[in-house]
Unconditional design. Sequence first.
Length: 396
Amino acid sequence: MAADFRFIVIGCGMMGAAAARHLSKDVDGVALIGPGEPADPKTHQGVFASHYDEARITRTIDPDPVWALLANRSIARYGEIEQESGIPFYHKTGCLMVAPERASGHAYIRNICAAAETLGTGIEVLSQADLSRCFPYFGFEPGCEGVLEAGEAGYVNPRALVAAQSRIAERQGVRRIIETAVSVRDEGGLAVVRTAEGGTYTAEKALVAAGGFSIAENLLSEPLQMSVYARTVTFFEIGEGELGRYAGMPSLIYEPRDPSKHIYMLPPVRYPDGKVYLKIGGDQDDVILTGDAEMRAWFRSGGREAVRDHHLAIMEHLVAGLDRTRVSTGACVVSKTPSGYPIIAPTSSPRIALLTGGCGAAAKSSDEIGRLGAQLLLNGQIEDEPYPVPFSASFG
């Protein structure tokens, strides 16, 4: 039986859209299956994605050499993607990383400096006095120091990045199918994808890039070992007259002494509703989502009040003078794999492969992860790459 397509990518998120772009550079017959963003998340009954947002931190420095390479290779292609698509998504605001000073024995700043030296990334190390002078809107606990990566660091707009990848892919001949895959199986020598809308599509090979929903019941023929965690982000509305106060604010990663108060924060960004928000993330505890129904309900909930209150308490000191009455929350998920690295691997079928498991660090690295997924589909393996880990999957 002839296949409808040579390759099908399931999931039009950051990894899936990137994989479709890279595949369609080299071959014809690529389809990208996945729904669009829901109009009303509170009533939506279908699947969701975590890229429905306007800002995610990007930086070249990572103490883990694998994640550093994934990030640096992706960042190096941002300009190309923007130019080819005509969609801007990359903002070089810099990234500030703050933690207890090295003299205290805390390892975070020491590890960041060592990683920067290994990567050849230019940084500026800032004392507590320097932090107060350069960033008067921040209030860190005593005995901190910081590392500022200017250069290529800042944030990406994930909605716009997915739109850019998708636009290029479609121009290269990818067929966009706006449906929701509910199963993919190896049948009769083909990968067969069935959708909630009643569609059936066949391909020589399929790549499942469904994010947290990769663990959805019946999507795969064998259960994937991957943990999906509920995450809440809190948005603080910034009035137009207040924006000058925060001019030049970088993205922030803050690792204070209390691990429950570790957070990341994005500078003021304008959202589709026309308002400007400062966003903070970092849950004080973990909530595991065990299946498809729980994930859908979680996204509809819009996040946890307990995490919002946790963020409110942190922001009282971290950004003094911020209006903490105009707040809202959003729900997303983080998918963590047993290895701590993305899954870019075949299933038990040579016709079906996986591209998932962002581990909370994949937004900035999604283009390279997508490229590796495309290479896996094309060649049956990731070839000639200096990655020291297998990106393997576990089942059962």
